[in-house]
Ligand binder design. Structure first.
Ligand SMILES: Nc1ncnc2c1ncn2[C@@H]1O[C@H](COP(=O)(O)OP(=O)(O)OP(=O)(O)O)[C@@H](O)[C@H]1O
Ligand SMILES: [Mg+2]
Length: 251
């Protein structure tokens, strides 16, 4: 299974994300990127890689993720990003502080406008980025509530002058995610070589003929490489019983 102990391939994506972190850390400029791709293709794994690298480089790492049942909860994802930044709140002007207190449920009143919240979060980020560069990771953007998406969109155009990097991840097929633009990076299938290395690492006992078949069925999707062999009977995995025409987890 994907246990986080190996990371294969993704040279292009790592180079791009590494450069974004370097640019923020050295003060050359902040940036925003959205990783887009099929379920199980490795978007979250790339976010994890980015978090580890940023952590090692002294970044403040803020993480949020969309969850399907919370997709309708206003500012749900933003809430996750905000909490660790809250220590900087005293630096905010009164109206911005009040707006964020309402987002966090610390103050009664109608939900504030996206613009007011965006400006306040930007001020908090700027305060944090004066001390340490900041990385914001937002996974499963396709399930992030629309109020938070509006704030993230507001931020992504305004962090270029700050030591702030935003990286989001979204499934390809979902029309609700923020639109494709110059910040979108398509995460595609793994190379055959990388896929083979992963399969060997996760399922070392597969017969060569079975491994070949799993490779063909998984077509470079790491989740399929992790899960498919586990769905096979022992005899199928060891290659002593012929595989059925259709494997249980075919695409
Ligand atoms: N480059 C890689 N090296 C090693 N393991 C990987 C790599 N990419 C993905 N994996 C593993 O494959 C599995 C699926 O990847 P991941 O969860 O990142 O997919 P995802 O694109 O985020 O899918 P979803 O859209 O369902 O969230 C995970 O166990 C992950 O750790
Ligand atoms: Mg994921």
């Amino acid at each position: 299974m994907g246990d986080g102990t190996v990371f294969v391939g993704r040279r292009r994506e790592r180079a791009l994300l590494g450069r974004a972190l370097d640019d923020a850390r050295t003060g050359a400029g902040g940036s925003a990127t959205v990783l887009r791709g099929d379920p199980g293709i490795g978007k979250s794994a790339l976010l994890d890689w980015t978090a580890t690298r940023a952590d090692g480089d002294g970044f403040t790492v803020l993480r949020a993720a969309g969850h399907e049942p919370e997709a309708g909860v206003a500012f749900g994802a933003l809430h996750q990003v905000l909490r660790p930044l809250w220590a900087n709140a005293r630096a905010l002007p009164g109206p911005q502080l009040a707006a964020l207190e309402r987002v966090l449920g610390l103050r009664e009143g109608l939900p504030p406008s996206g613009f007011m919240v965006g400006a306040a979060v930007l001020a908090l980020l700027a305060e944090e980025a004066r001390r340490r560069p900041v990385l914001i990771l937002v996974d499963d953007l396709h399930w992030v509530d629309s109020s938070s998406v509006a704030v993230f969109v507001f931020l992504h155009r305004r962090i270029t002058g700050l030591r702030v990097v935003m990286v989001g991840a979204s499934r390809a097929e979902d029309g609700a995610a923020p639109g494709r633009d110059e910040h979108t990076v398509d995460v595609g299938v793994l190379s055959r070589e990388d896929a083979r290395a992963l399969l060997r690492h996760w399922h070392p006992g597969l017969a060569p003929s079975t491994a070949q078949r799993v490779m063909d069925e998984a077509v470079g999707n790491p989740l399929a490489l992790a899960e498919l062999p586990g769905q096979l009977a022992y005899g199928h995995r060891r290659g002593v019983v012929p595989l059925p025409d259709r494997l249980p987890l075919g695409r």
